[in-house]
Design a protein around this ligand. Sequence first.
Ligand code: CMX
Length: 135
Amino acid sequence: MLKKIDHLGIAVHSIAEARLFYEQVLGLVCEHEEEVASQQVRTAFFTVGDTHIELLEPTSPESAVAKFLATRGEGIHHVAYACDDLEGQMNQAREAGCKLIHETPISGAGGKQIAFLHPKSSHGVLTELCSGEAS
Ligand code: CMX
């Protein structure tokens, strides 16, 4: 079962520049920055109530986020849902005919297990399922 929206992923060219908007305009505090080598991104997390904003800066031209920036520019990149049971949620998506980008969970930011659903199966919104707690 989905528990909540865990975070919104926002693609940016530069975390150093983009975080100023979140800090100075919105008054949020950056909780932590982390490089996720497997995804070729650097991330910065801000907490808003019960959810988070994740800024995503590519660390390589091969990164999915670099491709997104090149074709679509900065903006909302994905919506991530926290799950009670990640594998069960993936099976539900699979059985409903949804195309999964990851057939098995991978390691994401904060030590969480994550899996992405293809935006072509989700009406244009790249969707991330993530384990509720770091593993
Ligand atoms: N949201 C919505 N649509 C997207 C998208 C996104 N973030 N990224 C790509 N697309 C669209 C493309 O525009 C394209 O649409 P059209 O065919 O209409 O032009 C379509 O998806 C498929 O594009 P593609 O060229 O076949 O595939 P890409 O090489 O662009 O890869 C995707 C797209 C989603 C499969 C790839 O980005 C991916 O595997 N993403 C999952 C991993 C990821 O995003 N990691 C970074 C974040 C990690 C983190 O949060 O830690």
